[in-house]
Structures are given as structure tokens and as C-alpha cells.
Design a protein around this ligand. Structure first.
Ligand code: OXD
Length: 309
């Protein structure tokens, strides 16, 4: 079995060593132009030349959860595209998002500002029952986030394209511009975007949709920068309609110097770090799936290119 690695901006050596240890009989190589065809590939942002030359791959394993950039490339129709499916990411996402929600709900930024002024102050406790939190996108990560929020007894809503049922979560579904989405958004105190990026979901965090949230709502985007219309968010923050935003992903990454988000007092910026790929967990998952494919068994995380996730 020949596995090739093509990892842009990621050091291949630890992946090579880990994959070799997990599957000692496999032949591993770091892809170079003109390399012989492999059976499987482990990739991150591969160039088109790689995909054209390795058109006979049985499967392409993306070392991330999102495949939007990969699907913009030409991929041979016979090659399965497989994304990471949790592999230690969902617990990280749950802790990142619940931290952001609690920081908003408990007004921790306000307390921090008071303390910085030497002020011992109290704020009136907010009503938890009124703090409706909505998770936009109920894939593996979204569902885990919804469950984590329930631990703190927030009323949780979820939205997905196809209907889902999650105990204790008010689930809405439908088209990205339909009544289900509007009902989901109406009056939310916190909106969390965890959608895959597709032509349908691009710019979904726009003026019209964000205006449906409760006055003073907080927006958390941990999906992709292109979900958000940046100027619309800035206008709604500046008018006071929204109280804040936690943004981990951006249209251009790294966020360019001088971008208004850097210094905005109502925006918390983090450098696309909400759920990092964990190498050991990912290797174990990928090799497990390769073995399953060898045995002719179905695997989780296979991307449907027509849906885009
Ligand atoms: C991913 C990411 O797609 O880190 O996994 O954004």
C-alpha cells in the first residue's frame, strides 16, 4: 500500500513518522512532482498539480474538518474525499465556544474593564432562560457544542439543512433563506456559526439575518471567514444592535495588519485556533479508515462533492 503526503504549510516529517508507526507495512512518501501513483493520500491544501498527477487515488484524507478549499479543486471522480471526523476537535470546539458564550452571558469583559479601573462593581444577573443560544450547523462539531451548552442550562436551538433531532435542543431545518432559518434566528442572544462553507452558506451572517437576533446579541464565528459579511457586522456593532463578536476565522488569514477587527473594542479575535488538528488522533483515525476501506467496509466522514461537505 502506497500512501503519499501533500501538506502545504505543515511539516510532513511528524506525519510521515506517525503514519509509518501506525501502518508499518505501508510505503510512505512525501509527494514530489512526477512521483509514482499512490493508493491513498493525506493532504492539506494540495496544489492542482498534485490532484492531476495522482488521479488514480482511492481516497484523499484531508487533515481538517472543512473541505471547502479542497472542493474548489478538480478531483478525479473515482477518488473518495474524506474529512476528519471529530478526531479530538469537537471537545476543543465545545470548550472554545462555551467559553465565549459564558464570557458574554456573565459579562466578564465588563468586569475586567471595571477591575482595570480599580472598581468593585456588580452587574444584575442576566436571565439564563432568556439567553437563547443558537448553533447554526449541526454536524459533528455543532452537535457537540449544542450538548456542551446544555450542561450550563442555556436554552439551545440548532439549525441544519436536513432535519435533525437532538434531545433538549430545539431543532430547525430547511433552506438557507427559508422560514426555518428565520424562526431559528429570531430573538437569539448568541449565534454560533459552525456551518460548512458552500455557495449556499457563504455570506449567511449578513445584515438581514443578524438583524433578526435579539438586541445586544453576540455572534461567534468558528466556521469560515466567508460566512460573514464583515461590513454588516461592523455596522450592527457600531449601531449597538449587536453587543459583540468572537471571531476565530477570517476571509483572509492571517488577518491583515490594519484590519478594523484587530482593534475593535467589541470584537475578540483569535487566530483560527478554536479546534486544532491533533496529529496522533488524526493519524489513528485516518489509518483506521484506510484499513476499513481495504476490507471493503463503509467509513464515516466521506464528503459528498455535490453537497460540498
Ligand atoms: C478545519 C479547520 O477545517 O481547522 O479543520 O478549519
Amino acid at each position: 500500500m502506497h500512501i503519499t503526503l501533500c501538506l502545504t504549510d505543515t511539516k510532513p516529517e511528524p506525519w510521515l513518522a506517525g503514519l509509518q508507526a501506525a501502518w508499518p507495512e505501508a510505503t510512505l512518501s512525501v509527494w514530489q512532482p512526477g512521483a509514482p501513483p499512490a493508493d491513498y493520500a493525506v493532504v492539506w491544501a494540495p496544489p492542482q498539480q498534485f490532484l492531476d498527477e495522482q488521479a488514480g487515488l482511492q481516497a484523499l484524507f484531508n487533515i481538517g474538518a472543512g473541505v471547502d478549499a479542497l472542493l474548489q479543486k478538480r478531483i478525479a471522480p473515482g477518488t473518495l474525499v474524506v474529512r476528519l471526523d471529530d478526531a479530538g476537535m469537537s471537545v476543543q470546539m465545545a470548550e472554545f465556544v462555551t467559553h465565549a458564550v459564558i464570557r458574554h452571558f456573565r459579562e466578564l469583559d465588563g468586569y475586567q474593564a471595571d477591575v482595570a479601573q480599580g472598581r468593585w462593581s456588580y452587574r444584575k444577573p442576566r436571565s439564563r432562560a432568556a439567553c437563547q443560544v443558537g448553533v447554526l450547523g449541526l454536524g459533528v462539531l455543532g452537535e457537540r457544542v449544542a450538548r456542551a451548552l446544555q450542561v450550563f442550562e442555556f436554552p439551545v436551538r440548532g439549525f441544519s439543512r436536513s432535519p435533525k433531532q437532538i434531545e433538549g435542543v430545539a431543532c430547525y431545518s430547511g433552506a438557507m433563506d427559508g422560514a426555518g432559518l428565520h424562526d431559528f434566528l429570531d430573538g437569539l442572544q448568541v449565534l454560533i456559526c459552525l456551518l460548512p462553507l458552500t455557495p449556499e452558506t457563504e455570506n449567511i451572517l449578513n445584515h438581514e439575518n443578524l438583524s433578526r437576533l435579539a438586541p445586544g446579541a453576540h455572534v461567534i464565528n468558528v466556521a469560515r471567514g466567508a460566512h460573514l459579511v464583515e461590513a454588516d457586522l461592523l455596522a450592527l456593532l457600531d449601531s449597538g444592535q449587536l453587543s459583540g463578536a468572537t471571531l476565530d476565522v477570517f476571509r483572509t488569514e492571517p488577518l491583515p495588519a490594519g484590519h478594523p477587527f484587530w482593534q475593535h473594542p467589541k470584537i475578540t479575535v483569535t487566530p483560527h485556533t478554536s479546534a486544532r488538528t491533533l496529529r496522533e488522533e488524526s493519524i489513528a483515525q485516518i489509518v483506521g479508515k484506510m484499513h476499513a476501506l481495504q476490507r471493503g467496509e463503509p467509513i464515516a466522514g466521506v464528503v459528498d462533492p455535490t453537497r460540498g461537505y
